[in-house]
Design a protein around this ligand. Structure first.
Ligand SMILES: C[S@@+](CC[C@H](N)C(=O)[O-])C[C@H]1O[C@@H](n2cnc3c(N)ncnc32)[C@H](O)[C@@H]1O
Length: 320
């Protein structure tokens, strides 16, 4: 893998400026401030993140060989396989992931429970309606996402309620309901998780029974982000009921793949091969994420121990 070599001072001195340059270019190109975190992050944390994703992606590609193509296709993707909309950080998951989410949701609430999708480029609302869930609301900032859900629901003769709303804003009172479950797939940064989780909770009338299916990649939060996540859960009186590592898979957008992984491939072949090192998976096809099921903290539950959030991300697991 060459992962431990990435930590040696000589390799680090060569690669660190290149990684920072890629992040700077992505910030400019995509106007996506989340890459600024790469500019500030500790090198060891970035190496852990890269290793974790490389290993997960390689393991998934192995499994993908025996999966039908339809299972690997993402919603909201055009005929050329490009993600239609990146301007709101859209990154739709695979059809297999949608099925897994429905399986998990079926263990959390009944078919008639009110469910809110806070951001739905995955089109989970349509899949839920098709699976027989009768009270599904899709909320999104992007009218194009909502139009697609509305049209496809109509064509399929299913009912999905549509709400256009920016989760960073306070919702109109008419949008707030007694949802039993909120599903959200935030932008994969500490700020993104905060925005989506707090925005989603503002949509729910306080009743203490709400569950949240928070789909996010924990390692992408980096160590500081995990501490912030723990504080965020405590501040909102939420505890982790279940941790579902690796349960979300997203085909990497081809345009991003070509640029980011093209540069990684170049680094691999120029800087590293001369040192006798090969990076694994410099062109990962899939981004493999996690999910947490959250519930309101009961009167008897204590504050979240830090290990609860950190467990399972375990950078040590990918150090070998
Ligand atoms: C944030 S994206 C998924 C991000 C992906 N997990 C990642 O890390 O790149 C999920 C959905 O949220 C929607 N979305 C983005 N910003 C939003 C906002 N401020 N309010 C409501 N929905 C938003 C997007 O349109 C998209 O359909």
């Amino acid at each position: 893998l060459g992962i431990s070599a990435l930590r040696t001072p000589r390799i680090r001195a060569r690669l660190q400026p290149a990684f920072r340059a890629i992040a700077r270019a992505l910030n400019l190109w995509l106007r996506n401030a989340s890459y600024e975190r790469v500019l500030r992050a500790r090198w060891d944390a970035l190496v852990d993140l890269y290793a974790e994703q490389a290993l997960r992606s390689a393991a998934f590609e192995e499994r993908a060989r025996s999966m039908p193509a339809g299972e690997l296709r993402a919603a909201g993707v055009d005929a050329e396989g490009q993600n239609l909309r990146r301007r709101h950080h859209q990154l739709p998951c695979t059809a297999a992931t949608l099925r897994e989410r429905i399986r998990v949701i079926s263990t959390i609430c009944s078919r008639d429970a009110p469910i809110l999708l806070a951001g739905d480029d995955d089109m989970l609302s349509l899949a839920l309606a098709e699976a027989g869930f009768t009270d599904v609301t899709a909320l999104d900032i992007d009218p194009a996402v909502l139009d697609q859900i509305h049209i496809e629901a109509q064509l399929a003769g299913r009912s999905v309620q549509i709400v256009q709303h920016d989760l960073s804003q306070r919702p109109p009172a008419a949008f707030v309901r007694d949802y039993a479950l909120v599903v959200t797939d935030p932008i994969c940064t500490p700020d993104g998780v905060r925005l989506f989780l707090q925005g989603a909770l503002r949509m729910v009338t306080p009743h203490g029974n709400v569950r949240v299916l928070l789909c996010t990649h924990l390692a992408s939060q980096l160590p500081e982000g995990l501490e912030q996540l723990e504080d965020l859960l405590n501040a909102n009186d939420l505890v982790i009921e279940r941790f579902l590592p690796g349960c979300g898979v997203y085909p990497n957008p081809r345009r991003l793949m070509r640029v980011v992984f093209g540069v990684l491939w170049f680094l691999d072949h120029t800087c590293l091969r001369s040192e006798g090192i090969t990076l694994a998976a410099t062109t990962p096809k899939y981004f493999v994420s996690d999910a947490l099921v959250l519930r309101a903290r009961g009167p008897q539950a204590s504050r979240l121990p830090r290990a609860t959030v950190l467990e399972g991300v375990s950078p040590q697991a990918v150090r070998s």
